[in-house]
Design a protein around this ligand. Structure first.
Ligand code: SF4
Length: 351
């Protein structure tokens, strides 16, 4: 990935419809009412962690351009900056002093990382002496917006996987249950890409919350509009029917369980680790980590889509109905059709 100066980054992000990070500076319904309130000179941020591995924090800390110092210490935009009030693993303060930051006097944005245990009133995860669930709902009511960072915060993710012993849930689901109307921006991924988070923050700083256009799953369209499959460099092999038989084969990974056809993210263009590589580039099938059903609906990871659960079969059928991605869907549809017609689903599964 090309490295740009912070000033160039901000300029591009502010002036173009698609900036360095692919920002869309267009209005969106549902967030408009906050536009005046959220075009701020300072964006105080409270970042809480719940049921998570901290991987999304690590991912964001590794943001390449701008660096995390640019984001959290410098001005992200001239005259505009992020003021990180609370982060459990990054802040220098501890104990009471740290916890006192959870009662901000100004407007603030809340970043939630990890899913939130709801069973037994959320007792399975604590932030200080309060449950993470209570912190989320209390702070969530007061925040101008919540960024649910990572698939766990967005949709429940791995902690919410069957049998989900703690009743783990994503932020939006909890807000719906508690009737909290604060806008939630989902920035999923396991982990989330640093550009997805930094780009969202930069858009809010540059143009306000209304500038973040979301898809039906609450994700910024700038990063999650297209399917992995649509931009995948192995797509030509898919269209030719040339499939990898083992992970080291350079062909399409569909037969080895690739979830690219049902996964929406810009990984093929953005790449990871500062533009070094990405999952499919390294020879591993996409596991669909940004989708709401991850991991239950996208596993087994090494089983091809047509053999998976009904939800995914319906998903593919729906795309075919919508006529999206004609070549790919014709391929998947034809495969599903002929497989179902010949009654091979079960047989292949047994094999
Ligand atoms: Fe790429 Fe996977 Fe689609 Fe094959 S199935 S073209 S590997 S995204």
């Amino acid at each position: 990935m090309e490295t740009v100066s912070r000033r160039d980054f901000i300029k591009l992000a502010s002036l173009s419809a698609v900036g360095v990070l692919g920002l869309r500076l267009v209005s969106t319904q549902g967030l408009n009412l906050l536009s005046a309130k959220t075009k701020v000179s300072e964006l105080p941020v409270i970042w809480i962690q719940s049921g998570s591995c901290s991987g999304c924090s690590v991912s964001v800390l590794n943001t390449k351009s701008p660096t995390i110092t640019n984001v959290l210490v410098d001005e992200v935009i001239p005259g505009h900056h992020v003021n990180l009030l609370f982060h459990p693993t990054v802040m220098a303060a501890s104990g009471e002093k740290a916890l006192s930051m959870l009662d901000p006097k100004k407007d603030f944005a809340l970043v939630a990382e990890g899913s939130f245990a709801t069973k037994d009133e959320g007792v399975y995860c604590m932030v200080g002496e309060e449950t993470a669930l209570k912190r989320l709902t209390d702070l969530g009511k007061r925040a101008i917006a919540v960024i649910a960072l990572g698939t766990c915060a967005a949709y429940g993710g791995i902690p919410a996987a069957d049998p989900n012993p703690t009743g783990a849930k994503g932020v939006k689901k909890i807000f719906d249950e508690y009737h909290i109307s604060t806008p939630v921006i989902n920035v999923p991924g396991c982990p989330a890409h640093p550009d997805w988070f930094v780009g969202t923050i930069a858009t809010i700083l540059a143009s306000g919350l209304q500038a973040v256009e979301l898809d039906s799953q609450g994700r910024p369209l700038a990063f999650f509009e297209h399917r992995i499959h649509d931009k995948c460099p192995r797509r030509g092999y898919y269209d030719m029917g040339k499939f990898a038989k083992k992970l080291s084969d350079p062909y399409c990974l569909y037969q080895l369980g690739c979830k690219g056809p049902i996964t929406h993210a810009d990984c093929p263009e953005r790449l990871w680790n500062g533009g070094t590589n990405w999952c499919i580039g390294a020879g591993h099938p996409c596991v669909g980590c940004v989708e709401p059903g991850f991991p239950d609906d996208t596993s087994p990871f090494f089983r091809k889509i047509s053999l998976m659960n009904d939800a995914l079969k319906n998903d593919v059928t729906e795309w075919i109905g919508k006529g999206l991605g004609i070549a790919a869907l014709t391929g998947v549809g034809a495969h599903l059709g002929t497989t179902a017609a010949s009654g091979r689903f079960k047989k292949e599964e047994e094999e």
